[in-house]
Design a binder for this molecule. Structure first.
Ligand code: FUB
Length: 345
């Protein structure tokens, strides 16, 4: 239910049919990266504001300036806003657009990974450190070397290795890096430099992280998303190709790479046997929500899995004013994920 039909939506009726309600309603939150650290749930969302920027397909209206961490003692308890965790004015290399972040915990320290646009108009990914999961976080003076684009998601594997997945099309600029350097031509076009429909789609990136989680060990690589015949998903396959919102979780020894299809508004997933892929497309996790974007995370809390996601129901459909929600996610006996409809029929 992207914004095309917003004027026809009865939001009171829709909210009654929603499978979940916003976790907090005093601020707008989006792009929730949820983690279970030391027996408590921590959600690292974007903090949506109306920054007064006009709507465009580069996402200029997503003018976020800071991050707040939301915590919950249990999945049913009240969600608490822990206040300012990091502001763009404290990040030397970043000018604006603090988009979807993630976090990791290692050796008693907490790491906040975040994309932002530098003063040159190019998205990079930064890291900030705290002794507390809720911050405040102290940013590194520079962005992670060889990082680019948006939507970092950091996965800790069972052997203690950490990997960052990232990338996003259109305003997320992934298509501008096809040759390995930033292509600044046609700066106002969200779709310039994309592959043709019959070419292989742009794939998300992965890089293993250094032991101190501050840099990449290796140059970022493509992770391949394949169809049921083992062929890479094509750029024109808009219902299945990667757009943004990378996430990785592991269940019963299998790696699940999930992502948003952007302009077709699905959260879907692909499965593989290695954190580097390849991953084979398996299906939809979440049908479209109200609002253009869909972005999620998947987190195990005790013995159950949960999907954290957002929609724009609280703002009555304003695309850049979103609210984080959570719903239980079921893996069936064969390991497949049961798709969720965000509003009951
Ligand atoms: O919140 C800004 C951007 O919108 C995120 O980085 C994307 O994933 C989309 O949700």
């Amino acid at each position: 239910m992207p914004e095309d039909n917003i004027e026809h939506i009865d939001f009171n009726a829709l909210n009654k049919k929603a499978i979940a309600q916003p976790l907090v309603s005093h601020i707008y939150t989006a792009d929730p990266s949820a983690h279970y650290f030391n027996g408590k749930i921590y959600i690292y969302p974007s903090h949506d504001i109306d920054g007064g920027e006009a709507f465009d397909d580069l996402g200029s209206h997503f003018a976020m300036e800071d991050y707040h961490v939301i915590s919950m003692d249990t999945i049913d308890s009240e969600a608490v806003d822990n206040g300012l965790a990091l502001h763009v004015k404290d990040v030397a290399w970043a000018e604006k657009q603090m988009w979807a972040p993630d976090a990791a915990h290692k050796d008693g320290k907490y790491y906040l990974f975040f994309p932002a646009k530098g003063y040159d108009g190019i998205f990079k990914i930064g890291v900030a450190i705290s002794n507390s999961p809720t911050g405040p976080f102290t940013p590194q003076p520079e962005a992670i070397k060889e990082s680019f684009s948006i939507d970092p998601a950091v996965f800790e594997d069972e052997d203690g290795s950490y990997y960052m997945y990232f990338g996003g099309l259109w305003g997320g600029q992934l298509q501008r890096w096809r040759t390995g350097t930033f292509n600044a031509q046609q700066p106002d076009s969200p779709t310039a430099h994309l592959p043709e429909d019959d070419e292989v789609s742009l794939m998300p990136k992965v890089a293993k992280m250094t032991d101190d989680l501050l840099e990449f060990v290796e140059a970022p690589k493509d992770i391949m998303i394949l169809d049921e015949n083992g062929q890479p998903i094509l750029a024109g396959d808009n219902d299945r190709r990667f757009f943004e919102a990378a996430w990785l979780h592991k269940h019963n020894g299998k790696y699940y790479f999930s992502y948003s299809t952007g302009d077709t508004h699905f959260i879907c997933y692909a499965m593989g046997d290695s954190p580097y892929g390849p991953f084979t497309y398996k299906g939809i996790i979440l049908e479209p929500v109200v609002g253009w974007t869909s972005h999620h995370s998947i987190c195990k809390v005790e013995e159950k899995w949960y999907l954290f996601y957002h929609d724009s129901s609280l703002s009555k459909g304003v695309t850049h004013l979103r609210s984080v929600k959570v719903s239980e996610l079921i893996h069936d006996d064969s390991g497949l994920i049961s798709p969720l409809k965000p509003y009951k029929e």
